[in-house]
Design a protein around this ligand. Sequence first.
Ligand code: GGG
Length: 353
Amino acid sequence: MSDYRIAFYPGDGIGVDVTVEARKVLRAAEKRFGFTVSAVEFPWGCAYAAENGGQVAPPDFLETLKDFDAIFLGAVGMPELMPDHVTLIPLIRMRQEFEQYVCLRPATLLPGARTPLADKKPGDIDMVVVRENSEGEYTMMGGNFKQNMPDEVSIQTSIHTRKGVERILRYGFELARTRRGKLAMATKSNALNYAMVMWDNVLAEIAPEYPDVESAKFHVDALSMHFVRCPERFDVVVASNLFGDILSDLAGALVGSLGLAPSANINPEHTFPSLFEPVHGSAPDIAGQGIANPIAAIRSAAMMMDFLGETDAANAMEKAMLASLGDDGSMTPDLGGTATTSEVGDRIAELLG
Ligand code: GGG
């Protein structure tokens, strides 16, 4: 019987609410599929910082996490207590230092979910945003000169390496081969004339190695428009860290709710733990009210079990989630329903069991 050591980092706001439900569904999966989850929960985040000298996680948190099989994160950020750029640091550091350079963010229009787009039905939207997750615009390098003075200057540096761009594009091509064989790359090389020109060049260089995949590049502004006008065109969408972050929120909204959007921050080489989290943030305005949709977190837990090799359990979790959709009484308000966060978790756990 397999035992998986999972670090749970519920974080802030609704991250706490939805992690409870993901764990509930994982317990049902354990019973049915015969594996065990040895869970260790870390109470890091804004509340922890209030009692620990403003540190959202202890200085050695990476050392603490590095031997787990996987990390599950709820959400981070409580801007009334602490600036968002401080609470996000542990997440960015895990992605970078655990070499989780692939962020997979699937967006599929599910039966029972309501897209804001007219005339789109389940099957019309089925894409995966493959976000470069370890460099690009989120390297947190730069500084402020004459801070808070009228002539303040701030510099935010992006770092795009050929190695980083090539490996994420290759990951996208390989993924496209297992899907509908289409890859779109987000660029903005007309304005970002160094980094994005390199992205364009790397795409042009490696695309001939994947003749079975139809590839194209789109300026990210036009791509956003195409997402709304004709989302059915897209299968695998590869993007830099910032572009991928934005496009995956847009894709999540197009498929009915960010509350349905899961993500996996993958270290493909398995040299470090990978991290699984809902795409949504901490939504402090609805935290603790019992109305957050736990499905994105539950689906992220399913992606985690899939990555750990429990494919049957992952498929069954996804199937139970799908079976819970469609009935107002078993969906949260973001999907037009009346169910509470825990009722949705209970229902999916029951369907799974
Ligand atoms: N569920 C994780 C979370 O709190 N996301 C909020 C966020 O803004 N994340 C930024 C990012 O994914 O880079």
